[in-house]
Design a protein around this ligand. Sequence first.
Ligand SMILES: [Zn+2]
Length: 602
Amino acid sequence: MVQKLPNREEVKVEETWNLAHLFETEEDFTNSLESIEKEVQQFVTKYKGKVNNATIIVEALTDYSALYEKIVPAGTYASLSLSTDQTNTTAQMRANKYGSLYAKISSELSFLTSELLEQPDKIITEATKLAPTFQLYLDKLLEKKKYQLHPEVEKTLAAYSASFNAPYKLYNTTKMQDISFENFEVDGKSYPLSYVSFENDWEAESDPAIRRAAFESFSKKLKEYQHTTATTYDMHVQMEKTTADLRGYDSIFDYLLFNQEVDRSLYNRQIDLIMSELAPHMRKYAKLLQKVHGLEKMTFADLKISLDPTYEPSISIEESKKYIDDALAIMGEEYLEMVDRAYKERWIDFAQNTGKSTGAFCSSPYGNHPYILISWSSRMNEVFVLAHELGHAGHFYHANKEQTIFNARPSLYFIEAPSTMNEMLVANHLLANSDDPKFKRWVISSIVARTYYHNFVTHLLEAAYQRKVYERVNQGLNVNAQILNEYKRSVLEEFWGDAVEISDGAELTWMRQPHYYMGLYPYTYSAGLTISTQVAKRILNEGQVAVDEWTEVLKAGGTKSPVDLAKMAGVDITTDEPLRDTIAYIGSLIDELISLTEEIEQ
Ligand SMILES: [Zn+2]
């Protein structure tokens, strides 16, 4: 049963993360901001107008890295302390203060890029010979040369960076502070509703009357804010369009994909193939849910129910550790040591409280340990969520250790591979250790209903919708709530066909995701999971060799493109073979669910 969530002050300390590892006290944080500001001034005095030979370039980049290693923990502290309670005004002010400072220093430091790009290639080559660790950074910078604007323009744009972030902030303000859900009623009984309780509980509620009433009430409230949210979003995409135009990119897609180091064919392939080839499998899955639950019709509001609601093992935080350890043991001792530390040293924020960011994420500040945010609901499913976030943690735990601050982060295209990899490892481990058809069905349905649904359906349908939005914006047009609703509805209808009735309110789903403020992010979930599905298969079949190669990929961080990283792990993503094979694999899992269900019902 959904309880009203406690306030942040009321949660148990041991269920919260320890941000003191970043800054012991508020004073330390404030002092750090002051010293960053001072060092930036010194940096400007020392280098501005003087970046004109190889030795100075190397010196400047060395100081610049050191400076960034100080900026990262401050930014992480500001944003993490806000994420556990977005209603906390002190945390809001702290994040704003950091945002303003960051804009100011970005502007002051922008001369470095401008001056570097004015150098003849010969001098840059000389600098990379002197200090090969900066080669990658400089190579990437040079690729951007043709999109670089006049130094004064760059400086001005950087000074506005906090303002450019405004739409995302406004989105969160509307979502987390202004929208307040009233209780909903079914048969004279009243139930509490919030963003978190809807997405964590009510959506999966097994009583259809309560589930659909929650959906209706949730959608009704979202609708009241659709115009504000749509205008906020339009502001964001228009800004991206203007940036793409000013910098001279061929299209908004080329601008947004530039940093991902992949071309448009890899982007379009994920969306096109999944929309057409995965859809028949997922419709089959929806029909199975409908049959098992004896529903007269299957609606959008029913898609998150589990195949067997009577079989949902509940699990405590302590118990989760054992499952995680056993499942990830295959990754080796160093990996398990990290998991151990994550629990013991409070890297993880488990608590459920009002104002906390929805969903789960992992933040991996360079030079420190990763932090994980999750709202622990005691459902066994959370083991998969936690394994996922520990996958991000394990990735950057390795990459941050092996690479410099500028080389640690790979393309967004690859980001979700290590995380979804861990979900596959949990599933494989659980499957290997049980013959009970009910448990097996629960495990497979967890991978289908969670891992694949989340990455190949939820996020992919977001991506398909987002592509429509950007196609429109690319033509110089705007969007509003009505257009966004139409786009969202049409994508849902196309994918689910006549297997699922797209309930009233489903078209508002675009209001729920913060991803739309992060460029072409949604499609990368399925790209990452395509790679991890293939590697997980290799680990099952080939064992240690595949594990070792995967560990090397994690360590490589951002030193290679997604295509090359996948190649290191034995997967060739230049062809559509891995994706087709993954879709077929999902199909086979759904067939297995159908046959296990028949076996159980006999
Ligand atoms: Zn993730």
